[in-house]
Ligand binder design. Structure first.
Ligand SMILES: C[S@@+](CC[C@H](N)C(=O)[O-])C[C@H]1O[C@@H](n2cnc3c(N)ncnc32)[C@H](O)[C@@H]1O
Length: 262
């Protein structure tokens, strides 16, 4: 890894492109996380949390190493998880996101870190096609399932480019323990959230829905498992939040990660 940028160029780009959703360490002891430019606590914790929580199970499912794997990072935002896949020596990584600004951030990080086997494209998940992007050993489906207008349709497309493993990290409908016996069926809660303002706290994650309102479906855990089975995954494991220091939403059962294997 060799950067093509000077320290001043990196500082200038971080300031121009901030806020970033993912904290990524950059050369010269710099980082994409700048406290004065950040609006949300999650911008500090997102990548390190999910890596700590889910990557040990992922690497184990890959036979102990990501070496030689082709990885697709959908809804990659600024690409923090793609960088983590690169650190684990994945052979090739493609990150796609629908927002130009996030892909500009990701390409800046790529240049700053000199990671040539990592590519980023502005692309809608609905346009993924194996004849153009190929197949991937591992697909990261993080922070997107509960944002989809057509979850079954879009997840089918994602599954069609997944050769072996899909790691799904999603918000779920939280059902208090005493009600759970009554909610064993798959549920999707339909929502029409207000379009966030561009200068709001969610600028690092919600730009794609800042112009027009979108419909979304939030699943319960059973719905995620049933959907993954329907898509042809034979082994689906919920990764329990056993690690200390994760975001509270994982312990509260509002956020769940599943490892799905063909
Ligand atoms: C909540 S963020 C999650 C980012 C990252 N995957 C993570 O988990 O930290 C949702 C991301 O999905 C992207 N997105 C939304 N709809 C998309 C679509 N149809 N195709 C590709 N990306 C999309 C947004 O631009 C945003 O970066």
């Amino acid at each position: 890894m060799k950067t093509q940028l000077t320290e001043q160029e990196i500082r200038d780009e971080v300031n121009r492109l901030a806020p970033f959703l993912h904290k990524v360490d950059l050369p010269y002891n710099l980082s994409t996380y700048v406290p004065e430019l950040s609006h949300r606590k999650i911008e500090y914790t997102r990548v390190s949390n999910l890596v700590k929580h889910a990557f040990p199970a992922l690497v184990e499912a890959c036979g102990g190493t990501m070496q030689g794997k082709r990885v697709l990072d959908v809804a990659c935002n600024c690409g923090g998880f793609s960088v983590e896949a690169a650190k684990l020596k994945s052979e090739y990584i493609l990150g796609i996101d629908i927002v130009d600004h996030y892909i500009e951030q990701a390409n800046f990080i790529k240049r700053a870190l000199g990671l040539h086997h990592m590519n980023f494209k502005v692309m809608d998940i609905d346009n993924l096609d194996k004849s153009t992007v190929g197949l991937f050993d591992v697909v990261f489906c993080f922070g997107i399932l509960y944002h989809l207008e057509n979850p079954i349709h879009t997840m089918r497309r994602l599954a069609s480019v997944t050769k072996n493993i899909m790691l799904v990290d999603t918000s779920v409908i939280h059902i208090p323990a005493y009600f759970r016996p009554f909610f064993r069926k798959p549920l999707w809660l339909m929502k029409f959230p207000a379009a966030p303002k561009v200068d709001s706290n969610s600028a690092s994650t919600s730009l794609w829905r800042s112009k027009e309102r979108v419909g979304q479906f939030r699943p319960n855990e059973v719905a995620v498992v049933d959907l993954l089975k329907f898509l042809g995954f034979s082994k689906i494991e919920k990764i329990e939040p056993n690690q200390k220091g994760l975001e509270e939403r994982y312990y509260a059962g509002k956020r769940v990660t599943f490892l799905a294997i063909r």
